[in-house]
Design a protein around this ligand. Structure first.
Ligand SMILES: O=C(O)c1ccccc1N[C@@H]1O[C@H](COP(=O)(O)O)[C@@H](O)[C@H]1O
Length: 213
């Protein structure tokens, strides 16, 4: 399970208490959840030894990703923009971190074609609203039955619009897929946009585990 958009030490502590395996730091430019390097360090120090640190980037320059890794010490890079396969491969080969490739899913074709894309694992998310420059984190879900059209062996996380209310159903549907590796949530564990809520963070994990993730 991945909790994304952690911005404060309190967020990080709640993520550790919720026993998530991955904590996300947002470095995408057009995001209310974007952290400074100083904030990222504080979150990283609390996650260290408890959860892996995922740096989320969306169409950031290669040099910025490399510099952020040098400064913070990431475990994985999530590419959530319109990066092409060559860019994703360059991140893995030259920076040396596994790439979690975020792909928007709104049709069977999207799910069928996913396996052609470069990445060590995928993160399947809803398509952002038309014309919105922010590539994710909108709290929008997609039709999870489309996952059935993904026939690849590389693992995927399910993201987009997950919440304490729908997480059990998400686990029931996505969990039936052999490549399902877990959930990724941001908006659904916030009391307002960009502000995490400890109660929701603990409740989401509890509901997900009750549904056997
Ligand atoms: O969270 C953001 O601000 C963000 C910005 C740019 C790209 C992706 C972003 N978030 C990711 O979007 C999905 C779905 O989030 P939500 O649960 O629907 O809010 C998730 O992978 C976030 O990490």
């Amino acid at each position: 399970m991945k909790y994304c958009g952690l911005r404060t030490p309190e967020d990080a502590m709640a993520a550790v208490d919720a026993k998530v395996q991955l904590g996300g730091l947002v470095f995408a430019h057009k995001s209310p959840r974007r952290v400074t390097l100083r904030e990222a360090h504080k979150v990283r120090d609390i996650l260290f030894g408890n959860a892996e640190v995922v740096g989320l980037f969306a169409d950031n320059a290669f040099e910025e990703i490399a510099a952020t890794h040098n400064a913070v010490g990431l475990d994985r890079v999530q590419l959530h923009g319109d990066e092409d396969d060559a860019f994703a491969e360059r991140v893995e080969k030259e920076i040396g971190l596994p790439v979690l490739r975020a792909l928007p899913i709104s049709s069977r074709e999207d799910a069928e074609r996913a396996d052609q894309r470069y990445g060590s694992a995928f993160l399947f998310d809803a398509r952002p609203p038309d014309g919105n420059p922010q590539k994710g984190g909108h709290g929008r879900a997609f039709d999870w039955s489309l996952l059935e059209a993904y026939s690849g062996e590389r693992k995927f996380l399910l993201a987009g619009g997950l919440s304490t209310e729908n997480v059990a159903n998400a686990v029931r549907i996505a969990g039936a897929h052999p490549a399902f590796a877990g959930l990724d949530v941001s908006s659904g564990i916030e009391r307002e946009r960009g502000i995490k809520d400890r109660g929701l963070m603990l409740g989401f994990a509890e509901n997900a585990r009750a549904a056997r993730i």
